[in-house]
Design a protein around this ligand. Structure first.
Ligand SMILES: *Cc1c(COP(=O)(O)O)cnc(C)c1O
Length: 366
């Protein structure tokens, strides 16, 4: 059997969720489990968290329906709301909460007769210029929704463009606009994603929306004392399937990108871009072999990648290789570090792990 698997530590997920809550004890934290829980398996993650969380957040109704079909009973908010008016019947039937970001969604909602009022989070564009009503439009939309029998538990929601950056001037500018609006409307707020949950207490609202930190990734430019306590949830592990000795000047892989500058020992690992491992990984991208750091040597192939194990003489066929996350001896290779070598972010690596990689679940299934 091919040795590659994504090991999912559900105890680490629960630990990270508690950390998110401890950052913002006055807020309730929605667990964001969109995109199949950032590649970790939405249903398994929801089951592990359901006893602890007040609600879950997903991107769309398809994701929410899959959770209900799996037996998840807690409230589920659709972060982008409905994609067509027909979805409102399912929203009503399954008691989903919705965000409302556009006039056509308001019109569809006000033309609909739900069995019971629908909890609505009105999305305001505070300067990211992606989804939401402008701060100038928001008050009149708010009033229409507040007066509508179709609507209950109305909240203001917004999203920050720069909460991960250390420098806070744009963030603070967005905050001033939002606080003013919330005061004017006497509106409960839901603003903070993971970086804002971790680093910007002024953004903590009645609700927060941590996502990536639940999976153990540190979204901040500069780690803080909380992010240092995050535990990786996904550990992508494989094994060495072949070894070879190279002389000085010999090359490895497609295009011969890597060349031996000394007598070298190269390990072939069963993992490649056909599994979602990023082909942009440069020579020097770290991996763990038997818990020890070594480096990718040569371009990533579809089903394999190659690693320089010259300095790990005990490396042998079957040795454990960790692409990110924890090795079985507990050594951690942070996914954020791997992402930097791939010129990307942990979010794309996690959501990019393809279906052919089996997920193995460990720890509390509550
Ligand atoms: C994905 C998402 C989040 C979670 O963001 P993280 O950076 O993963 O914490 C929060 N809010 C909205 C609207 C989102 O789409």
């Amino acid at each position: 059997m091919r040795p590659l698997a994504a090991h999912i530590d559900l105890d680490a997920l629960r630990h990270n969720y508690q950390l998110a809550c401890s950052c913002a004890p006055q807020s309730r934290s929605v667990a964001v489990i969109k995109a199949d829980a950032y590649g970790h398996g939405a249903l398994a993650c929801a089951q592990a968290l359901e006893a602890d969380v007040p609600a879950f957040a997903v991107a769309c109704i398809e994701e929410a329906l899959a959770l209900r079909a799996g037996g998840i009973k807690k409230p589920i908010i659709l972060l982008e709301g409905i994609f067509s008016a027909e979805e409102l019947a399912l929203v009503d039937q399954h008691e989903f909460w919705i965000s409302v970001h556009s006039e056509w969604q308001v019109a569809a909602l006000l033309a609909f007769s739900p069995r019971q009022p629908i909890p609505v989070w009105l999305k305001v564009d505070s300067g990211m210029h992606r989804l939401g009503f402008s701060p100038e439009e928001a008050p009149s939309v708010w009033q229409r929704l507040a007066n509508a029998p179709q609507v209950t538990a109305l909240h203001l929601m917004s999203h920050f463009a720069t909460a991960d950056a250390r420098e806070g001037s744009y963030f603070n500018q967005q905050m001033v606009v939002l606080k003013r609006l919330a005061e004017q409307l006497n509106a409960p707020l839901c603003l903070a994603n993971s970086p804002a949950t971790l680093a910007w207490p002024t953004a903590h609202g009645d609700w927060n929306r941590p996502g990536v930190m639940l999976y153990g990734s540190d979204p901040l430019e500069v780690a803080n004392e909380v992010t240092q306590q995050l535990r990786p949830v996904m550990s992508l592990r494989s094994e060495i399937i072949a070894l070879r000795e190279l002389g000085i000047g010999e090359q490895v892989g497609y295009g011969g990108r890597w060349r031996a500058e000394r007598r070298s020992r190269i390990a072939v690992v069963a993992a490649g871009y056909g599994d979602g491992y990023d082909r942009h990984a440069v020579d020097g991208t770290p991996v763990l072999v038997n818990g020890k750091r070594c480096a990718i040597a040569g371009k990533v192939s579809m089903d394999m990648l190659t690693v320089d194990v010259t300095d790990i003489p005990e490396a042998t066929i079957g040795s454990e290789v960790v692409l990110w996350g924890a090795s079985s001896d507990g050594t951690v290779l942070p996914i954020d570090e791997v992402a930097r070598y791939c010129d990307t972010i942990s979010y794309t690596l996690l959501t990019g792990v393809l279906p052919r990689v089996p997920r193995h679940y460990h720890g509390a299934r509550i």
